[in-house]
Design a protein around this ligand. Structure first.
Ligand code: GSH
Length: 264
């Protein structure tokens, strides 16, 4: 039987959005998970077969996730995938109002790139972390090959995503500002919009993940270094963010809406 196929960079928070939606509605799929740089071959093949992906401020034409559906469609953007799953498998449940899509886009643009840059800044600066990220997220052969070319990957990520101290500091301030805003908005509430779980909650939790470092036991669908494995400077920020209203709410979304997959 034809099945959905999801091409990912395993640990990426944009990819977690797509995985979460598919898992939530029990859409059968196979994940082909990669580490950065190793995703180029499958994404180039996909582009050769189905045309180039689009790029925007956040992504390149080879960005993941990409979803190949069981009926031959191809999608290459996490929001497009979440909306497709919602429309086809959940009667639109994840997008109850237009505001949900607007919030999802804001978190995509204004939170995702900044949590990513801060996380990479610390991960790339710690020689012990990248090999662990490789070992925990993909099979042995790919992890082995990745470790051989890790310095090259590190240079590429630093250059392409402008990962340096000055940019990371500015990104950290932007993350704190979005967390403040969301903390005010969710105080005393269960969800961001209305009283049901929506794509806005899913998007915030995922875009916040590199700053909260949820473990697989806490509901994250791949392996991020846990807070006790990262350098003390970032561990302090992560610990503070986890204790904020927005942080507690995002972790609650992982615990109750991601881990507990039993939805109707
Ligand atoms: N607009 C995209 C952003 C995806 C994105 O930035 N993906 C990153 C992983 S965090 C990626 O695959 N980067 C590698 C590349 O662009 O070649 C989406 O929401 O799907």
């Amino acid at each position: 039987m034809p099945m959905h196929r999801l091409i990912t960079i395993r640990f990426s928070h944009y990819n977690e959005k797509a995985r979460w939606a598919l898992d939530r509605y029990r859409v059968p799929y196979r994940e082909d998970g990669y580490l950065p740089m190793f995703h180029f071959a499958p994404m180039m093949l996909l582009s050769a077969q189905h045309g180039m992906g689009k790029s925007d401020r956040v992504s390149s034409p080879f960005s993941t996730p990409a979803l190949l559906t069981d009926d031959g469609r191809v999608m290459r953007d996490s929001s497009e995938i979440v909306r497709y799953v919602s429309d086809r498998f959940a009667k639109g449940a994840l997008y109850p109002t237009p505001e949900v899509g607007e919030l999802e886009q804001r978190f995509h643009d204004e939170l995702g790139p900044h949590t990513r840059r801060v996380a990479y800044f610390f991960a790339l600066g710690d020689p012990a972390l990248l090999p662990r990220i490789a070992d925990e997220n993909v099979g042995r052969a790919q992890a082995w090959a990745f470790k051989r070319v890790a310095p090259l990957v590190t240079r590429g990520i630093r250059r392409n995503l402008r990962v340096d101290r000055a940019h990371a500091d500015r990104s950290r301030d932007k993350v704190l500002a979005v967390f403040d805003e969301v903390s005010r908005r969710v105080a005393g509430r269960q969800y961001l919009v209305g009283d049901t779980f929506s794509a806005a909650d899913l998007a915030f939790a995922c875009m916040a993940a590199p700053a909260l470092l949820p473990t697989p036991d806490e509901g994250y669908g791949a392996w991020l270094p846990p807070v006790d494995a990262v350098p003390s400077e970032i561990a302090k920020v992560v610990t503070e963010l986890r204790a904020s209203e927005a942080g507690k709410y995002a972790l609650r979304m992982f615990a109750t809406e991601r881990r507990a997959r039993d939805v109707s």
